[in-house]
Design a protein around this ligand. Structure first.
Ligand code: FES
Length: 203
């Protein structure tokens, strides 16, 4: 006697059975082709080029970026006209910018606060109407010119740009001479503490 069965053909996929789940294991693994030597070199070249471009961009940004921020010593300071003293009066002191802002018959000038002898901080002495250095006694006029003492030259100055109320821009010359302008004419002063001008001797 022949017995026929209608059992389905066994599946080609493998099954494992745990107590709760069935997990199908793929019959064939997908194989990822490895790059050949030429492709490999191409990828390396591309990665090197990307790295080089990133490094160049970073260097360019670092090179172009200003070294000092505004309002930080080494950078630019902006002073309103109210910071400028009346002509002949005691100079305006900016400790952060390390300068004195003087206004005299010579004009307006920003003086670096460090003595040109051995680097002490000199001070304004109102009773004597001049700058005096406490270390070795060098003395300087209100506009920074040498008077007497061991200092080898007059006080160093910072380059300035003065914008007037009429919109003109007056710029410090190469010698660092005071800018002849009245207080009333000044709209704003920009002092560049990154641009120090050394005087040529005791003048
Ligand atoms: S450091 Fe100023 S006089 Fe010597």
């Amino acid at each position: 006697m022949t017995v026929s069965t209608n059992k389905p053909a066994p599946s080609r996929s493998l099954t494992t059975q745990s107590s709760k789940t069935n997990v199908k294991v793929p019959e064939e693994q997908v194989s990822v082709p490895l790059p050949n030597r030429r492709e490999f070199l191409f990828y390396i070249w591309g990665a090197s080029l990307t790295l080089f471009a990133a490094a160049s961009g970073g260097f360019l940004y670092w090179f172009l970026k200003p070294r000092f921020s505004e309002g930080e010593f080494g950078g630019v300071f902006r002073e309103p006209p109210t910071s400028v003293p009346e002509s002949g009066n005691a100079p305006f002191n900016n400790p952060t910018g390390k300068y004195w802002l003087s206004n005299s018959q010579e004009g307006v000038v920003a003086l670096y606060k460090v003595c040109t002898h051995l680097g002490c901080l000199y001070a304004w002495v109102p009773n004597n109407d001049r700058f005096e250095c406490p270390c070795h006694g060098s003395m300087f006029e209100l506009w920074g010119e040498f008077i007497q003492g061991p200092a080898p030259r007059s006080l160093d100055r910072f380059a300035m740009t003065i914008t007037t109320t009429s919109g003109a821009e007056l710029v410090t010359n190469e010698a660092g001479d005071p800018i002849p302008v009245t207080r009333e004419e000044i709209a704003e002063i920009m002092i560049d503490t990154g641009n120090r001008i050394k005087r040529d001797g005791r003048v």
